[in-house]
Design a protein around this ligand. Structure first.
Ligand code: GLP
Length: 260
């Protein structure tokens, strides 16, 4: 696991570099897209590079991590719409290239299974962007999630619904209670995981993710078992890291050719 501690604006550039490097080497790459605030600056940077440098997503595909159950198709906070607005519509991803779990399906269990098949049929995800919840969830794998879980229905915790109420007029009652989410094993199948976290509110979750014991209580800790994880954090999110100085020294001494 590589931990990079840098100012917020720098983190987005580093993550965008990883995406760009992948796409230039492999234009048909499969990307994993996350919602939440954390990856927004990465999407801004990628959109900028698309417009300015001709970085193309025309042959790429993308899979979303998760989706609320039951939000109307045109709801602006439906994750499919968020990704369309924040990213897909700003680059040249072809129509239909972004898939997500279908939170409006009649048969949600079948929709989850179909989603797993779609990811496998695409050859798996090459680079997965991730955020982390204050309770250590990744995607919507709340504390207690099986470390071997696959895409399935989950009940959101009160804390996650309160955290996300800012997207719903600060009204927690409007935040859906259920979601479909890639499981932890699904996420672990991606070839490179790039997790972004900013702010003091994420400090404990980041400490557990990087340095805590692997436990379903902090679902993100399963990432310690992945061979290629990059954790991009600002000073505030890194403030509880026991080995913070070591991560800083290591990154400062890293040769530029090495990439992430
Ligand atoms: C949300 C999303 C996650 C996201 C996390 C943190 O509920 N389902 O994918 O990583 O919570 O969100 P944010 O980046 O806004 O703090």
């Amino acid at each position: 696991m590589e931990v990079v501690i840098a100012p917020g604006a720098e983190l987005a550039r580093i993550a965008a570099d990883a995406v760009e490097r992948l796409l230039r080497a492999r234009p048909t790459a499969v990307l994993g897209l996350a919602t939440g605030s954390s990856p927004l600056a990465v999407y801004d940077e990628l959109a900028r590079r698309h417009t300015r440098d001709g970085l193309s997503f025309a042959r790429a595909r993308a899979f979303m991590l998760d989706e609320y159950v039951g939000l109307p198709a045109d709801h602006p906070q439906r994750y499919r719409n968020v990704i369309e607005t924040e990213f897909a519509s700003r680059v040249d991803l072809p129509p239909g290239a972004v898939l997500g779990p279908d939170g409006l399906a009649q048969d949600l269990v079948a929709a989850c299974a179909a989603y797993e098949h779609a990811i496998a049929d695409a050859g798996g995800v090459d680079l997965q962007l991730l955020g982390i919840g204050t309770d250590g969830h990744v995607a919507f794998n709340e504390p207690g999630s099986s470390l071997a879980s696959r895409t399935r229905i989950k009940t959101l915790t009160r804390q996650t619904r309160e955290d996300n109420a800012r997207f719903f007029d600060d009204d927690v009652a409007q935040v859906p209670t259920h979601c479909l989410t890639q499981g932890l094993a699904t996420i672990m199948s991606a070839r490179h995981l790039v997790l972004l976290a900013q702010g003091r509110g994420k400090a404990e979750a980041v400490h557990q993710l990087v340095e805590g014991p692997v436990s379903a209580l902090w679902p993100a800790t399963v990432l310690q078992h992945h061979p290629h994880v990059t954790v991009l954090v600002d000073d505030a999110a890194a403030s509880r890291l026991q080995l913070g100085d070591y991560y800083r020294e290591t990154y400062a001494a890293k040769p530029a050719w090495q990439g992430l």
